[in-house]
Design a protein around this ligand. Structure first.
Ligand code: FAD
Length: 416
């Protein structure tokens, strides 16, 4: 056998899983895919976020989400064929619509809030303990609103949820918003200040995590897994250069996990919710903390070198579809309208990545296949940077045989 466990996927879920299993004394090999830049972990917004366990459109109901998706230039969109296919009974959108019941949203928010709190602790422990080059910023984040109507609606909903779930959010008036973030233009309606949020530079953190694992002795193979097979007392993962054998395999290939499951005859409702990133040249102005421009759902973060990182959109599409440049142009224009930045905002890098999304909004962590040697760990959608450490803990619980009552909520069996 080449390892006790093979982890397929070189994003944050795969890396955290490899890290925990290695620390618990197991021999781990990561099959990371072709390029670390391909996964959602590389280009996301970088927020270790305390809210976001439910979104306000979800609370307002399915038809509000549909109306948003049909609006021209909206941050939500879909490939029409995917929308059609996934609206049929049993499809992703069909299941999503049925999951938006008040009790289900409340239960889901409570489950996720517990994981989020523990995840932040884990992230800070690993960043500090292993000396990851993450550009960690612990100054919270601000959601800023230009529309009075949206601000009054969302500040009410978010404050109620924060009080129920125990995270700290301050409602800010326009003056306080501009005092905390002097780069904001006139016309702000108000803001929500998430005091316990943290920010990391995701691509730097990913690269540094990869180097750390290699330094600790975890082997990482930068190839794609082509298929997985349960065989005798173990599993075999086919890669381009041959085959690898192990006692267990963990499928953590983000939005591509669905393809790998096909080789086992297993199925989970997983779809790519694609998001875009534009990175600017360094600018002289400094953001006080990451800013979420709520009207347009754009997160703006800033690297230590001064580059602005703009991220937005939720596009249901094939994970390998090409980038739509008009979305980058629109996002840059909207940020220039919201912030006082001198001169041009020159974009030096553009990217699109796929959030792995499950219709009921909960991760999928558990065994699949006939012999229980294959595990799946995916579906973290909008919160995957935040929640990857605790997802890895759940995987470790399964492999080491530790009881964890939370596991039943995340089991892939809930779809069969
Ligand atoms: C624009 C945007 C902004 C976001 N902002 C935030 C945020 O602020 N906070 C937050 O918590 N989350 C955020 N997210 C979500 C988060 O990025 C994802 O949920 C998370 O990165 C998913 O991690 P993952 O490891 O499951 O998948 P990925 O990061 O996608 O990794 C999957 C990996 O598997 C590899 N792979 C694919 N096929 C194979 C194969 N056959 N064999 C081997 N490897 C394979 C891929 O190359 C990739 O490296 C954002 C996402 C986007 C797109």
């Amino acid at each position: 056998m080449d390892a006790d466990v093979i982890v397929v996927g070189g994003g944050f879920v795969g890396l955290h899983t490899a890290y925990r299993l290695h620390k618990s004394g197991l021999r781990v090999v990561v099959v990371g895919g072709e390029d670390p830049r391909k996964g959602a972990s590389w280009g996301n917004a970088g927020l270790i976020h305390q809210g976001s366990t439910t979104t306000v459109p979800e609370i307002m109901g399915f038809w509000r989400v549909v109306r948003l998706a049909l609006r021209r230039g909206s941050y939500i969109s879909s490939n029409p064929w995917i929308a059609l296919r996934e609206s049929l009974p049993g499809g992703w959108l069909w299941r999503y619509a049925r999951s938006l019941k008040k009790e289900q949203l409340t239960e889901r928010a409570a489950l996720l809030a517990g994981l989020v709190r523990e995840s932040k602790k884990q992230w800070l422990g690993i960043i500090r303990g292993e000396g990851l080059d993450a550009e960690l910023l612990e100054r919270g984040s601000i959601e800023v609103y230009f529309s009075d109507e949206l601000f009054s609606l969302e500040s009410r909903v978010v404050s109620e949820e924060a009080a129920r779930l125990g995270y700290r959010v301050q409602v800010l008036d326009a003056e306080k918003c501009r005092e905390l973030e002097p780069l904001l233009r006139e016309g702000v309606a108000g803001g929500l200040y998430y005091l316990d949020d943290a920010w990391v530079n995701p691509s730097k953190t990913l690269n540094s995590f990869i180097s750390t694992l290699q330094r600790l002795g975890v082997k990482i193979v930068w190839e794609k897994a082509r298929g997985v097979r349960e065989e005798g007392g173990g599993v075999r993962v086919e890669v381009e250069s041959g085959g690898l054998g192990a006692g267990h395999v963990v499928l953590a290939a983000g939005a591509w996990t669905r393809n790998l499951l096909k080789s086992l005859g297993a199925k989970i409702p997983l779809i790519a919710g694609r998001g875009y990133l534009a990175v600017s040249e360094p600018v002289r102005a400094r953001l006080a903390r990451p800013l979420f421009y709520a009207d347009e759902k754009i997160v703006v973060g800033q690297t230590l070198d001064g580059n602005l990182r703009l991220t937005s959109y939720f596009e249901l599409n094939n994970p390998d579809a090409p980038l739509d440049r008009s979305k980058i142009i629109q996002m840059v224009r909207k940020v220039k309208d919201a912030l006082r930045l001198e001169g041009e905002l020159r974009i030096i890098d553009e990217w699109v990545g796929s959030r792995p999304c499950i219709p009921d909004g909960l991760p999928v962590v558990g065994r699949v296949g006939d012999k229980g040697r294959v595990l799946v760990a995916t579906g973290l959608c909008r919160l995957g940077l935040t929640l990857s450490p605790t997802t890895a803990m759940l995987v470790e619980d399964i492999i080491t045989g530790r009881e964890n009552p939370l596991l039943r909520h995340f089991s892939p069996a809930r779809f069969t």
